[in-house]
Design a protein around this ligand. Structure first.
Ligand SMILES: Cc1cc2nc3c(=O)[nH]c(=O)nc-3n(C[C@H](O)[C@H](O)[C@H](O)COP(=O)(O)OP(=O)(O)OC[C@H]3O[C@@H](n4cnc5c(N)ncnc54)[C@H](O)[C@@H]3O)c2cc1C
Length: 415
């Protein structure tokens, strides 16, 4: 039986481990003291803290859906919920998300300028789209760009949107035509195309349930940061232990100094140049409200989104009184505890700080040649039995389902 090392016990590594456990001897190495990566949750005084974001599940991939529901009892362990998201504007107005479907709620002058924008878009010839700013302006026009898309996305990306590449966009952003925007406004149609326009959420323990289920029966060695894998005598050596294959589900930034015995030095510079953002997830209690996600374009504070995790499952709210729920307030990159406290005073719904966690790697930024470079590196390593898959191994903007799909594809040659 082949012996396979899996590096990283996030959802990618755990999916790979489950898929291979009956076909090979599998050992998972995880550098943190617990498995889960970005989807890990902790209980704090009875309330559930998603240590990054507030993970919900859905997919349009039938293979992933079938496999996922084999791991759970869908009706007993999950709820299905329709997304109810909203944008809080500086003037106090709340407009449902996505804003382009609810333009009829804007004040009269904004409605008129949005109509002018739509007319101009429908008359314009398609121009080349070089960056995120071009994309948003050409798709939605200046009115919504200035009102929402620019201020919100500037907080997320922390740079001019003209400097945000668009290669990561496919499948991630709404692509409505002018006709669809007009139709949706006339008919009060809520957006249904997005993978998370409705979603599944665990009745207990949030995405930690996924971690625990996928970790079941797997040999996981925690607090085991792998610093080197060495190709020697047609096998891979990890801490003196021999493996036939390695499946790397960690961060590609580690690959140049991790791999020994295979010449990959030409990839060092392009890998070092890869850009990314982190996220500070601030766990709070806030006033009860009906929302799933609240988007915050207001520049009075730096946070860009509140994920109302307390609305996903009542068991997430621990001992809170009924007029309060738990939530994650998100800031791009690292932010100090003092700055968090200052910001919370200005954020709506009276957030009260419970704890926070900074995750250094949360959003990979793709450049034009990123996919090509990684594909070429993968071909080189695959020839020696090392496979790479995962959000930061592939440097792709994967949701959990896309990470599972990528894991399935990666192990195909091994089964
Ligand atoms: C803010 C935010 C919100 C999100 N919300 C959703 C959502 O609602 N729904 C959804 O489907 N997806 C969501 N996602 C995406 C989801 O988090 C990812 O798709 C998924 O967690 C990626 O899992 P992964 O295993 O590829 O990577 P990770 O979770 O990053 O796992 C990598 C693991 O490898 C370990 N590791 C790294 N290097 C080493 C080493 N050298 N040795 C040993 N171990 C190592 C790390 O410690 C980590 O545990 C969200 C992401 C973010 C950032």
């Amino acid at each position: 039986m082949n012996k396979i090392a899996i590096i990283g016990a996030g959802v990618s590594g755990l999916t790979v481990a489950q898929l291979l456990r009956e076909k090979a001897e599998v050992v998972v190495f995880e550098k943190e003291s617990k498995a889960g990566g970005l989807i890990r949750c902790e209980r704090i005084d009875g309330s559930l803290f998603h240590t990054c974001g507030g993970h919900v599940f859905n997919t349009k991939n039938q293979q992933v859906l079938d496999w996922f529901w084999k791991q759970f009892d869908k009706d007993i362990e999950f709820h299905k919920t329709d997304r109810n998201s909203v944008i809080f504007f500086p003037n106090g107005q709340q407009i449902p998300y996505p804003i382009e479907n609810f333009a009829y709620l804007l004040d009269e002058s904004l409605q008129k300028s949005f109509i002018q924008d739509l007319l101009a878009i429908s008359k314009s010839n398609s121009q080349s789209i070089e960056n995120f700013k071009d994309f948003l302006k050409q798709r939605f026009g200046d009115t919504l760009y200035n009102l929402y898309f620019e201020p919100y996305n500037m907080k997320v990306w922390r740079r001019s949107l003209a400097d945000v590449p668009i290669d990561w966009l496919a499948g991630k952003l709404p692509m409505p035509t002018v006709e669809e925007i007009i139709y949706n406004n006339f008919n009060r149609v809520a957006e249904k195309q997005f993978v998370h326009s409705s979603f599944f959420y665990e009745k207990r323990n949030g995405s930690q349930l996924i971690v625990e289920r996928l970790a079941k029966g797997i040999n996981i060695r925690c607090s085991a940061s792998i610093e080197q894998i060495e190709w020697k005598h047609d096998q891979w050596l990890i801490n003196g232990e021999v493996f036939n294959n390695v499946i790397f589900c960690g961060n590609i930034k580690d690959i140049p100094h991790l791999v020994r015995g295979v010449e990959i030095s030409t990839y060092t510079q392009p890998i070092e140049a890869l850009q990314f953002h982190g996220t500070t997830a601030v766990f709070c209690e806030i006033d009860a409200n009906p929302y799933s996600w609240i988007y915050l374009p207001d520049d009075k504070y730096e946070a860009h989104r509140i994920i109302c995790t307390g609305n996903f499952a009542s068991s997430n709210n621990g001992k809170l009184t009924p007029n309060r729920i738990t939530a994650t307030v998100e800031f791009t990159d690292e932010i100090s505890k003092e700055k968090i406290s200052e910001n919370l005073q200005r954020i709506p719904l009276n957030p009260k700080y419970i704890t926070h966690k900074y995750n250094q790697y949360t959003y990979p930024i793709q450049q034009k040649d990123t996919r090509e470079m990684i594909l070429s590196l993968k071909q080189k390593l695959t020839a020696k039995g090392v496979y790479m898959t995962g959000r930061f191994a592939d440097w792709e903007y994967y949701n959990m389902d896309a990470a599972m799909a990528a894991a399935m594809k990666t192990i195909e040659p091994m089964i």
